[in-house]
Design a protein around this ligand. Structure first.
Ligand SMILES: [Fe+2]
Length: 236
């Protein structure tokens, strides 16, 4: 059953557009795999009309991410982090400076940004800290200044870390889930602050209850829909 599901999920995205001409806006999502100690999926969530948007989880290769922004003529208003692990924020500080875009994270993961032990970079030989950041909150709507109809909602999904969040677009049926879950199953909880029970609760009550055609975009796997992930994890 699982194998059949895995063959049915979308292949890795390099560039796709979620478009509906009837809407006042349409979103572009670009996945850019960056390579630090680990490979990680950095995402761009861009309003096609204003070419303005957000970067989600710039884990490494700030130069490559910056060049992608410049080459496409985008303006980045905010850098959004799903959680504080170094492979999701390793390029954030440089990009904050170069793009003049503030970094956002859930309050309880703020301390991860300034502690190489918590953010797991301490053993990498290249400790990483992010000293300047602002906070997002559960239920908050993060809107573009350039187009207030373009937004992401914050869903607190603890478990992988205490302050893990999912950034969800109800309009475009896409959710950036970080390391809460992957195409192949739940995220890990064997790091500082991880909690298996909380993770399962987040997945079952907050992610798998999103509309079933919502595309889940994770930090380390190809996309999967809520319906596919429900069948994979819950058998329903
Ligand atoms: Fe992580």
């Amino acid at each position: 059953m699982a194998n059949a599901l895995m063959s049915a999920v979308p292949t890795a995205v390099s560039w796709f557009k979620l478009d509906d001409q009837k809407k006042a806006f349409c979103a572009m999502v670009k996945e850019l795999q960056v390579q630090g100690v680990f490979a990680e999926n950095c995402y761009f969530y861009i309003d096609a009309h204003t070419k303005t948007g957000f970067i989600i989880d710039p884990g490494a290769q700030a130069g490559l991410i910056y060049d992608t922004v410049m080459r496409n003529g985008w303006h980045i208003e905010k850098i959004l982090l799903t959680h504080g692990h170094f492979d999701h924020m390793g390029a954030a500080e440089l990009l904050r400076e170069k793009l003049v875009a503030p970094i956002y994270i859930y309050p309880t993961d703020g301390k991860y940004l300034t502690d190489p032990y918590l953010n797991l970079s301490g053993n990498s030989g290249d400790p990483i800290t992010v000293p300047h950041y602002e906070e997002v909150y559960d239920g908050e709507t993060i809107r573009l200044k350039a187009n207030s109809g373009f937004y992401l909602k914050v869903i607190h999904t603890p478990g992988h870390t205490p302050g893990s969040v999912t950034y969800w677009s109800p309009e475009e049926r896409v959710a950036f889930v970080g390391d809460t879950l992957y195409q192949h199953g739940p995220g890990l909880t064997n790091f500082p602050g991880g909690n298996r029970q909380e993770l399962e609760q987040s997945i079952i009550e907050k992610v798998l209850t999103l509309p079933e055609d919502t595309l889940l975009l994770s930090g380390h796997s190809s996309p999967i829909t809520v319906a596919q992930e429900r069948r994979l994890l819950l058998g329903q």
